[in-house]
Design a protein around this ligand. Sequence first.
Ligand code: NZQ
Ligand code: ZN
Length: 386
Amino acid sequence: MFNFDFYNPTHIVFGKDRLGELDRLVPANAKVLVTYGGGSVKKFGILDRVKASLGGREVYEFEGIEPNPKYKTLIKALEAVRNNNIDFLLAVGGGSVIDGTKFIAVAAPYEEEPSNLLKFGMNPNKKIKKAIPLGTVVTLPATGSEMNSGCVISYEDGKFVLMNELLFPRFSILDPTLTYTLPQDQVANGIVDAFIHTVEQYVTFPAEGRFQDRTAEGILQTLIEIGKKTIGNPTDYDARANLAWCATMALNGLIGAGVPQDWSAHIIGHELTAMFGIDHGKTLAILLPSVWNVQKEQKHAKLLQYAERVWNITNGDETSRVDLAISKTRDFFEDLGIKTHLADYNVTADKIDDIVKALERHGKTALSETRKVTLAVSRQILEGAM
Ligand code: NZQ
Ligand code: ZN
């Protein structure tokens, strides 16, 4: 096992009917900016409940954080934050609203040009001295953003990741009943996102992270057990609660501590979202089987372990067990209603050049746990994803 630091200060408030506790969780004299997306929280009454729980506090709103939140949308919030001396941000929504709010939290007190926080090649982390504290109310279980210190922001022609310890939410309310109104395909996106966060910290090379491996296998098996069930029956509380907790635990630092990680599917996937607008979860379902096929040799031992412990595949020679595990993974995504080929999204093979060029522009030239996924290997992965 590698050396690691594990730090996670986020207070999780999980379960039914917990929105009323905002009054306890948000500082009594806070000036709060409530941030949200394109209207689902208004439509389904969550915003009203949030505002009621905030009682007599001075509350402002920032509406319209879109999926794959854009820099140019988020900077519109900065003036409101500064002019009203906002000292607490409350994100109510999915990963995009939470990520966008994290960006607002660091950009508002940042002394330089805020786009410097995102530009490739800069390492602004050491220059981030302050962030406005934030809390979240999660309406879409998927990204884990509610319990981690990262955010992903769309800027110019790409998506950029910013991570900083000041971005851990102070608290996150995870009430599975708030997710009942999600469209089926967003639930499926969330299941796939959580699944792939888990395998990207698990299907690498053996590193004697036994707790991390077995916890990852537990998350994967739970997602396989409840995935179709929670799509078919959105108000089955326990199925949805398991999805919510798995999504949070898949990307809060726990299973990735001390083990190698391979974020190739995510990094290449961000280019697919930026260029073609494909949902984040769907980009991962398209790429993962190909990431594994192309790296079968270096991942052999862990793919075999995955086949046996997650899918109970114990018969046949090693190669066929690995192949069967990869095809079962693809079938799992397809069964949730997520198509797994680029061609399903009208992306044709002649676009691969442009995708590889975008990876190059963004400096993504050495990916995976071994950094051996060069641009040529990314090209192979994309070809395999057609
Ligand atoms: O905007 P509204 O009207 O609220 O509608 C949203 C949005 O259209 C809707 N929705 C959310 N909760 C709902 C609901 N509709 C009905 N009922 C509800 N309860 O769902 C749509 C998608 O929302 P979005 O927040 O975009 O989805 P998700 O949570 O999948 O977030 C995706 C974003 O997170 C980033 C992705 O790159 C992408 O930008 N990620 C963030 C990570 C992190 N911070 O750690 C890691 C991830 O790997 C990921 O990259
Ligand atoms: Zn993801």
